[in-house]
Design a protein around this ligand. Structure first.
Ligand code: T4K
Length: 405
């Protein structure tokens, strides 16, 4: 069960935050335009099943990332499942463990074995060197995750895939609006999947999309998204219901209109956080390559206990008590979640960087709901905690505050 800040109340909450500050607080965009669009779709009485807003949203996404095909889906998890099936992955697929569990579930749900691969210590993305070691005769594909919007080593992954006759799918849930060597994320591998969940900087409440330049694959995905219907009463393929609703697409279109503003705010927040954490021992903030397009939607810290004097979990407990709901993405790593921990109890032995990062990473609130004053206060709490780490540890122990929220 998730705990609320009051379960952890240590200092009784920070007066600067009468309401908790959350990671993933949605960006809303132009509320009036959204409501106009909702009125339009109600007037039209066309609420789902490839309505005009979904068409418009798909075209806008395809244009934005420079691909031929965008298929809007009800969420990124179903999008991954459909893409996995459309790419005819079977047997084993190599995937990082340091990701949101949906990446692994999309495979296991279809009885395909996710073979967990370690990530690179610096980039947090799948390590191509390790990928090669995991290829077996049963391997049919690789899923790379552009974690935090920082892109995978797509060139190396492509080379490996080509050499072994594999296909690559990218989970680009974090990477809409990002680029790799100047090319927008969306056209790498056989297909890429975006998430437009409420917590993403561009959102459709719930939503996702598959983008590809492969026309045949796109046709298959469109069929799969709609029960395999090729026409009225005419089913030619196995399919599911992966459709996006009109209200979701209306939110998406509205959200896209504010994309530049959202990125600018995330960027400013990122720069502000960098400034305030500069030189703070044991607290390392992940940087983004500013020569690339970037959405800056995650502010990611690595806490090194030996220097900070506090574990990541102790710091998180303190922040929660102060109503800053920092998150341990992606703890504890998919391989330590069910059913994978039962299936592969020793997987961690091969996942050194994953294990390390799962213990150290903490993400902080950003987005349009977070102001510069909030950032200064959050940083102030963290600085204070690190500079008085002995005292904080003692407090956490004496007040028996759980350090594992
Ligand atoms: N692949 C990757 C790499 C992903 O990160 C994700 C999703 C997926 C695939 C699958 O995409 P989708 O199928 O969801 O489209 C959240 C999101 O639900 C999830 O979409 C996201 N990644 C993941 C990183 O974060 P939780 O379990 O952390 O959600 P929850 O309910 O704890 O909310 C997160 C934070 O956002 C909280 O601090 C509260 C805040 N929040 C959330 C919602 C929904 C709000 O303030 N308002 C809201 O409306 O998974």
């Amino acid at each position: 069960m998730k705990q609320s800040p009051s379960d952890l109340a240590l200092f009784g909450g920070n007066p600067a935050f009468p309401e908790a500050l959350h990671v993933g607080r949605p960006n809303i965009g132009d509320r009036e335009r959204l409501l106009e669009r909702i009125n339009d779709l109600l007037d039209r009485r066309w609420l789902t099943n490839q309505g005009p807003y979904v068409e418009e949203f798909e075209q806008a996404i395809a244009r934005h990332v420079g691909v031929d095909h965008c298929i809007a889906i009800c969420n990124a998890t179903i999008a991954l499942e459909i893409a996995v099936r459309a790419l005819e992955f079977t047997g084993e697929v190599i995937v990082p463990s340091f990701t949101f569990v949906a990446t692994a579930h999309a495979l296991q749900w279809q009885e395909i074995t996710p073979v967990f691969c370690d990530v690179d210590r610096e980039t947090h993305t799948i390590d191509p060197e390790r990928v090669e070691e995991l290829i077996t005769p049963r391997t049919t594909g690789i899923i790379g995750v552009h974690l935090w919007g920082r892109t995978c080593d797509v060139e190396r992954l492509d080379d490996i895939a080509r050499a072994h006759g594999l296909r690559v799918l990218y989970d680009a849930s974090h990477a809409f609006g990002c680029s790799h060597r100047g090319r927008p994320i969306g056209s790498f591998g056989s297909a890429e999947v975006f998430s437009f969940h409420a917590t993403k900087f561009v959102n459709t409440f719930e939503g996702g999309a598959i983008v590809t330049n492969d026309g045949e694959l796109a046709d298959k995905i469109r069929l799969m998204r709609n029960f395999g219907f090729a026409d009225y009463d005419h089913v030619i393929y196995i399919g599911t219901n992966g459709k996006m609703s009109e209200v979701a697409a209306a939110m998406g279109i509205t959200s896209l209109e504010s994309l530049d503003e959202f990125v600018a705010i995330n960027h400013q927040n990122y720069l502000r956080y960098r400034e305030v954490f500069d030189g703070l021992q044991g607290v390392r903030m992940l940087s983004y390559d500013e020569t690339e397009s970037c959405n800056f939607q995650y502010v990611v810290l690595e806490i090194d206990e030996s220097e900070a004097g506090l574990t990541r979990d102790q710091l998180q407990a303190l922040l929660w008590a102060e109503r800053v709901m920092a998150r341990r993405y992606f703890y504890p790593g998919c391989h330590r979640m069910e059913p994978y921990r039962t299936y592969f109890p020793n997987a961690g032995l091969q996942l050194r960087n994953t294990e390390l990062l799962a213990e150290r990473v903490l993400t902080l609130p950003t987005g349009t709901a977070v102001g510069h004053d909030d950032i200064a206060t959050i940083a102030g709490i963290i600085r204070l905690a690190v500079s008085h780490s002995d005292h904080v540890r003692e407090l956490l122990e004496t007040r028996s505050v759980s350090t594992t929220p």
